[in-house]
Write a protein that binds this ligand. Structure first.
Ligand code: SF4
Ligand code: SF4
Length: 93
């Protein structure tokens, strides 16, 4: 099964909520998911930057975007909001 499909299935199962239930979920307390950008699909609109709830998306000098792994929690909002499908969620090693 493709990685982003597995990610969406996990979210439907509410694993993000269940794993840390009752505990604060801080930026960087990531599950096993991390966003990856596909530059060939990205039009540098900045929506992923706007929608990230933890300020974990940053803009690089060339106008493309990347993730700050120390802040990202793996929620996948950037992946969901990217209207060009330029962000996929990858399972971390
Ligand atoms: S939302 Fe998608 S197309 Fe827009 S800057 Fe982010 S990755 Fe690129
Ligand atoms: S998965 Fe995307 S939206 Fe969620 S915290 Fe990480 S960079 Fe931000």
């Amino acid at each position: 099964m493709e990685s982003s499909v597995r990610f969406q299935k996990k979210m439907i199962e509410c694993s993000l909520l269940e794993k840390d239930r009752g505990k604060p979920f801080r930026p960087g307390d990531r599950l096993e998911w991390i966003p990856e950008w596909d530059r060939d699909k990205c039009i540098r609109c900045g929506l992923c930057y706007v929608y990230c709830p933890d300020g974990a998306v940053y803009r690089m000098d060339d106008g493309f975007f990347e993730v700050d792994k120390d802040r990202c929690k793996g929620c996948g909002i950037c992946h969901r909001e990217c209207w060009f499908g330029a962000i996929s969620m990858a399972e971390e090693e």
